[in-house]
Unconditional design. Structure first.
Length: 108
């Protein structure tokens, strides 16, 4: 499956637009990651434990969107948009949502 942020796929002709598809993931951070990230804020450096959560949530949202597009008969998704939000009083919940248009393209 081709997944792209562009509205078209170069060299491919879209023959059918099937509709909007989405994927959503809500990921909570735990206290150990919070402590490690706080420590890194003081001494500097990357908070790799948070990066891992972020990457996993993004990948899972895209996978969910792809599965929904496949079930509609799509072989590509165009116009993909990723959104990230932090939720909760302490900001410890990450919401990742992704959306795009499921399409059928020729010559895949």
């Amino acid at each position: 499956m081709i997944i792209t942020t562009t509205p078209m796929i170069e060299g491919k002709r879209i023959v059918n637009y099937l509709g909007i598809v989405t994927g959503e993931v809500i990921e909570g951070a735990n206290v150990f990651r919070d402590i490690a990230a706080s420590f890194r804020d003081i001494v500097g450096g990357r908070a790799s434990s948070y990066e891992e959560v972020f990457i996993k949530a993004r990948d899972n949202a895209i996978k969910e969107m792809e599965e929904r597009a496949t079930s509609m008969g799509a072989n590509a998704i165009v116009g993909v948009d990723l959104d990230y939000e932090v939720l909760g009083q302490s900001g410890s919940i990450l919401l990742v949502s992704v959306s795009g248009t499921a399409v059928v393209v020729e010559n895949i």
